[in-house]
Design a protein around this ligand. Structure first.
Ligand SMILES: *Cc1c(COP(=O)(O)O)cnc(C)c1O
Length: 428
């Protein structure tokens, strides 16, 4: 028995499903998860000494790869000065200024400890600012695990096929309306019926929690116009896309100015950080400036802020995003080429260094089309890739990531291994 299998057995006795976040348990792809011993650059090493090229990258935060020296130095230097103060420190202010410079719509920002906290707080703020209660989200979009968002959600909810989670009161769920992503007519219909009850529309600008789905050109401009016409706020949940799909996130890439933005993942450089921010008149409602309460014992943690700052600084090197996007495009094209050579229908895409591939003829423009992809083949592909030392997200409904630590040679090697893995899924 491998040491990973051994540890997983032990873990199942003390952690539900053996993990602290559901998709890590590999249920959608079969097999048992490997336990990580250490990680550096583009590679993970498991407790049995096997090495994997990592396309999960901690589910998005590690745009520089693992244990980047500049981030490690920043973490070390910060920790030596004490790792939690419960009082303001300069790093919070510096990170806030960097966020505002990179995302001008975020005129003011509040740091929290996760993406989930960020979206919870943004919705509370939207409800307070508008005096309305109802929100609109899109099928397959994941906005963290707060009650209001576990309605037709993506990520682990999709992976495990959970409908709406037990424990979410029906009264809460009834305040969350849903529509298909990329469907302007459906969004218009919701606004026609509920326009004066809607506090906010929350959306993943590029969906990454139902696999990867790109928005059609008319979708976000239509949402912006509908919100403006009906006095609802537009919230871009950029927890995944922020500082990933462009230096200024999806809002820069798409040319849309949301009222509020939620952040996480890259903004903390792999430490537990989230943030929400936006128009100064809205953020002025947050305590202690205004009456909307939100707080956190560890919010603005100096070590976490230092990791976020060091990460964002590295991404400001000339050509950083261009190189990442080029490598990601090459990976996605390589997967597509292999698929067509073997006669397997694949629909693959990317935005910046966020990417995904469905075993489906396509197009995949919404969650129901994503669900019609061949998840059984994905599971076989995932297992074969893992055996060949390539770690893909263990679900057909998650995006993948390329980091600046992935070299051209890594990409070429990956394309070869994924081609071989695809061959192993044939003839069944
Ligand atoms: C990851 C993610 C979240 C939740 O963030 P956590 O830090 O896991 O709580 C919310 N929204 C989106 C778009 C995400 O990708």
């Amino acid at each position: 028995m491998s040491r990973s299998a051994d540890l997983f057995d032990r873990a199942r006795a003390v952690l539900p499903g053996g993990v602290n976040s559901p998709v890590r348990a590999f249920r959608a792809v079969g097999g048992t998860p490997f336990f990580v011993a250490r990680a550096a650059g583009a590679r993970l090493t498991d407790v049995d000494g096997k090495i994997y090229i990592d396309y999960v990258c901690s589910w998005g935060p590690l745009i520089l790869g693992h244990a980047h020296p500049a981030v490690l130095d920043a973490i070390r230097a910060a920790a030596e000065k004490g790792w939690s103060y419960g009082a303001p420190c300069e790093a919070e202010l510096e990170l806030a200024e960097v966020v505002r410079r990179r995302m001008p719509s975020v005129e003011m920002v509040r740091f929290v400890n996760s993406g989930t906290e960020a979206t919870m707080a943004a919705i509370r703020l939207a409800r307070a600012a508008t005096g309305r209660s109802v929100i609109l989200k899109f099928d397959g979009c994941y906005h963290g695990h707060a009650d209001s968002f576990l309605v037709k959600a993506g990520s682990g909810v999709a992976t495990l096929g959970l409908p709406d989670s037990p424990g979410v009161p029906a009264a809460f769920a009834s305040l969350t309306l849903t529509a298909p992503f990329n469907d302007v007519a459906a969004a218009e219909g919701v606004f026609q019926r509920h326009g004066d009850e809607l506090a906010a529309v929350i959306v993943e600008p590029f969906v990454g929690n139902a696999g990867f789905i790109a928005p059609e050109p008319d979708f976000h401009p239509a949402l912006r116009a509908l919100c403006d016409r009906h006095g609802a706020l537009l919230i871009f949940d950029e927890v995944m896309t922020g500082f990933r799909v462009a230096p200024g996130g999806a809002q820069q890439r798409l040319g849309i100015r949301p009222d509020l933005t939620t952040l996480g993942k890259i903004v903390g450089g792999g430490m537990p950080v989230g943030a929400y921010g936006g128009r100064v008149d809205l953020m002025g409602l947050i305590a202690p400036e205004g009456p909307v309460y939100q707080a956190g014992t560890l919010s603005g943690n100096p070590v976490a802020m230092a990791a976020g700052l060091a990460t964002l600084r590295e991404t400001e090197r000339p050509g950083f995003y261009e190189t990442l996007e080029r490598r990601t495009a090459r990976l996605v094209a390589g997967i597509g080429d292999a698929a067509s050579r073997h006669g397997v229908p694949v629909t693959a895409g990317h935005a910046g260094s966020m990417w995904g591939a469905y075993f489906a003829a396509g197009p995949v423009r919404n969650f129901s089309q994503a669900r019609n992809s061949d998840a059984a083949r994905f599971a076989r592909w995932h297992r074969a890739a893992l055996a060949r030392g390539v770690f893909l997200a263990p679900s057909a409904f998650e995006a993948g990531f390329v980091s600046s630590a992935h070299t051209d040679a890594d990409i070429d090697h990956t394309i070869e291994q994924l081609d071989g893995a695809l061959v192993e899924t044939l003839d069944r």
